[in-house]
Design a protein around this ligand. Structure first.
Ligand code: 0GY
Length: 301
């Protein structure tokens, strides 16, 4: 089936630069997606957007180009609860990819076990109204209780402004909880602003909660500008990422978010996104934890 993209959809960046930052051996891109291809893995009827295709082979080619060794492929909301595109990518990854699925309470135990065998290690709960329809928390809690015995974790995706309302639910989850994109704070408030402060409190008080230090391109107000002739893009997001990497070094993950759904202004150069990493992880030890040790512990042990 061929699909017409959402009007104004921006396709992924075709010729990303080669990063100047050399990733450590075994580095994991711990947040990326595949889209379709639509004629093989149709997009879900309930989707809120229709993307371009972004296949597993294109993802694996990007991985080689950037210098990553492995991927964690997160089921994108345009596929609803149909995880076939992710599972297909995992099965064809030569053990170099793990996955995070989206399921509802109708999922059968056998399906969970098959996904586990393919390399799925988590489920994602999405709270962004522009991406998904509402699911009652009681259903999400039921799913979390069912995947906990498999050793899976829960990935949560929400806007910083909604954390207060979601706090009790997140802190009651029986698994490790991995927060997408630093809890999506409003960076204009600064690291001392109320949204990021509350997020830091969440990580400080709950040792099972992890953070992806991802998506500077989504969060940034200043954008991908090089300052003072230096390669220092997404400058305004650096203090947020740095704070998390330096204070919660054993509970942070990095990732590209390729193929970057729903960006309306510009598509980032993935090479520049890799070059952002040493600004937030300033020592080889922090880089190794962020890019290798932490994702390996969570997804490959
Ligand atoms: C992201 C962010 C977005 C989309 C999705 O599953 C998705 O559709 O996650 C977004 O639109 O902000 O993590 O890729």
């Amino acid at each position: 089936m061929s699909f017409e993209k959402t009007p104004g959809w921006l396709d992924w960046y075709a010729n990303p630069s080669k990063p100047k930052f050399v990733l450590p051996a075994g580095a994991v891109d711990a947040h990326c997606h595949v889209f379709g291809p639509g004629d093989q893995f149709p997009f879900a009827p309930e989707r809120k957007y229709t993307p371009c295709d972004a296949s597993k082979d294109q993802l694996f080619a990007l991985r080689e180009h950037l210098g990553f060794d492995k991927n964690v492929i997160v089921a994108a909301s345009c596929h609803g609860t149909d995880n076939r595109a992710v599972v297909d990518a995992l099965l064809n990854s030569n053990n170099k990819a793990r996955g995070v699925a989206t399921v509802n309470r109708q999922v059968k135990d056998q399906e969970l076990e098959e996904m586990h065998a393919a390399g799925v290690r988590g489920v994602r709960f999405n709270f962004l109204k522009r991406l998904v329809d509402f699911t009652p928390k009681e259903e999400l809690m039921e799913i979390a209780a069912r995947v906990a015995p498999l050793g899976w974790h829960v990935v949560v995706h929400f806007e910083g402004a909604d954390l207060a309302e979601l706090w009790d639910f997140f802190t009651a989850l029986p698994t490790k909880v991995v927060v997408d994109h630093m809890g999506r704070p409003n960076v204009a408030q600064g690291v001392d602003g109320p949204e990021f402060k509350l997020f830091i409190k969440l990580l400080t008080e709950h040792e099972n909660i992890w953070s992806k230090v991802t998506c500077p391109e989504r969060l940034s107000v200043t954008g991908p500008r090089a300052l003072n002739g230096e390669q220092n893009a997404y400058q305004d997001v650096v203090p947020f990422g740095r704070y998390l990497v330096e204070n919660f070094s054993d509970r942070v993950l990095s990732g590209t978010d390729w193929p970057h759904p729903n960006l309306s202004k510009y598509m980032p150069d993935d090479g520049l996104l890799v070059d952002w990493i040493p600004h937030i992880a300033r020592t080889p030890e922090l880089q190794r934890k962020l890019l290798v040790d932490n994702p390996m512990r969570l997804y490959w042990s």
